[in-house]
Design a binder for this molecule. Structure first.
Ligand code: HEC
Ligand code: HEC
Length: 326
């Protein structure tokens, strides 16, 4: 009788240990999973200016691929930035950096990449798999390249349907909603009219109103993902959807710009709108959290199944032991 009690007690302890261990390892695995996910915001900042985001100096001279074109006369560190070749709208030669603009290079856009290419494919491209001169692995570690690939895969937003190619103003936006977001998140640094901070833009001082009017895509990228080296709020981290960014942009287009008239700004011409991408950053952050939670619950579910199975085994053992002692 006593030995039976001991046996049962020992087995229950074992069972409890299994349950706890199972749960803990699965939780740890879920945490690990969440950690291995690329950091989209960091990827976006690397896209903007990777050497600033990494706190290093840009390589000397021009990026080798830069010599394949003559239309864009920039030189030096700017030629190493992803954005200089692929654009703030991620459309390269097919978007705002189209032929006839000072930023034209003829280099391709990246918007169609998310279809069909895996994170591994994208990381390989950044290591020179398509073109040995397109190899950034000498300058960035694997974590940074993975973050960049993650941004390319799930952080890019196609705003072309929502920005008028002629006037560059936002179509179908909600300026009142934009003002609410702006007053809550941006005004404390930029001022209620967006003029408190002046930053350099294409060789001159600019305020938010200026940038919103002349380069809406850069405005959107910075609003969603921040600017490397500043402690700016980041729309993506606030859970903003692509439309929230466009609403803030629409409101910012009504702020003082210091420009004579909106008509003096470069306008896009001869461009057809392209299909928009629903979802975007906010939804992928959300699904990221769901995936992590899912992993936790699958882990717990697994532990419960294991527990039930062990209880069954214990019953059988106890039954056998009792059968023998009779
Ligand atoms: C000096 C210009 C230049 C810079 C800087 C540059 N790229 Fe590229 N990129 C190109 C060109 C040109 C191609 C077309 C393939 C090739 O010849 O390398 C390309 C191709 C790509 C592709 C593959 C496109 C496809 O459709 O397969 C990806 C992804 C890419 N670049 C991402 C980046 C990222 C991220 C950065 C920043 C770390 C970057 N590029 C920096 C010029 C540039
Ligand atoms: C904590 C202060 C702070 C907050 C809050 C803040 N910003 Fe900024 N922002 C900055 C600083 C500092 C710069 C200037 C960076 C520079 O000098 O290049 C800047 C620059 C910018 C730029 C231009 C960057 C460029 O070089 O093109 C945009 C666009 C911008 N902010 C939008 C916003 C929006 C929209 C919000 C609200 C969602 C916001 N900021 C909130 C500090 C802030």
């Amino acid at each position: 009788m006593k030995s039976k009690g001991l046996l049962a007690g020992g087995l229950s302890l074992l069972l409890a240990a299994f349950l706890v261990l199972g749960g803990v390892t699965r939780l740890a695995q879920a945490g690990q999973l969440a950690q291995d996910q690329p950091n989209i915001v960091r990827g976006a900042m690397l896209y903007d200016k990777w050497y600033a985001a990494l706190g290093v100096n840009a390589p000397q001279g021009n990026m080798p691929i830069w010599a394949r074109q003559t239309t864009n006369t920039r030189s030096g560190e700017d030629t190493w930035r992803c954005v200089s070749c692929h654009g703030w709208d991620y459309q390269g030669k097919d978007g705002a950096y189209r032929p006839g603009t000072g930023n034209y290079t003829g280099f391709p856009g990246l918007l169609s990449l998310s279809e069909g290419k895996s994170l591994e494919d994208l990381t390989a491209i950044l290591k020179g798999s398509l073109d040995p001169e397109h190899d950034f692995s000498k300058y960035m570690d694997d974590a940074a390249l993975t973050d960049l690939a993650g941004f390319l895969k799930s952080g890019l937003v196609d705003d072309s349907l929502y920005i008028d190619p002629q006037t560059l103003s936002v179509k179908e936006g909600d300026a009142a909603h934009g003002k609410t977001l702006f007053d809550a998140q941006c005004a404390r640094c930029h001022g209620a009219d967006g003029t408190t901070i002046k930053f350099r833009f294409e060789g001159r001082d600019a305020t938010l109103g200026t940038l919103a009017t002349v380069d809406p895509w850069r405005f959107l990228h910075k609003t969603r993902f921040g600017t490397p080296g500043t402690d700016m709020v980041i729309g993506y981290d606030l859970g903003w959807r692509p439309q929230d960014g466009r609403d803030v942009l629409l409101y910012a287009q009504s702020l003082p710009s210091g420009l004579e008239s909106p008509a003096s700004t470069p306008a896009l011409s001869g461009r057809e709108g392209q299909a928009g991408q629903p979802g975007g950053p906010a939804s992928s952050l959300f699904t990221g959290i769901l995936t992590a939670l899912g992993a936790v619950f699958t882990g717990l579910g697994f532990a419960v199944v294991l527990g039930v199975f062990l209880i069954g085994v214990i019953f059988v053992i106890v039954w056998l032991v009792r059968g023998k002692s009779k």
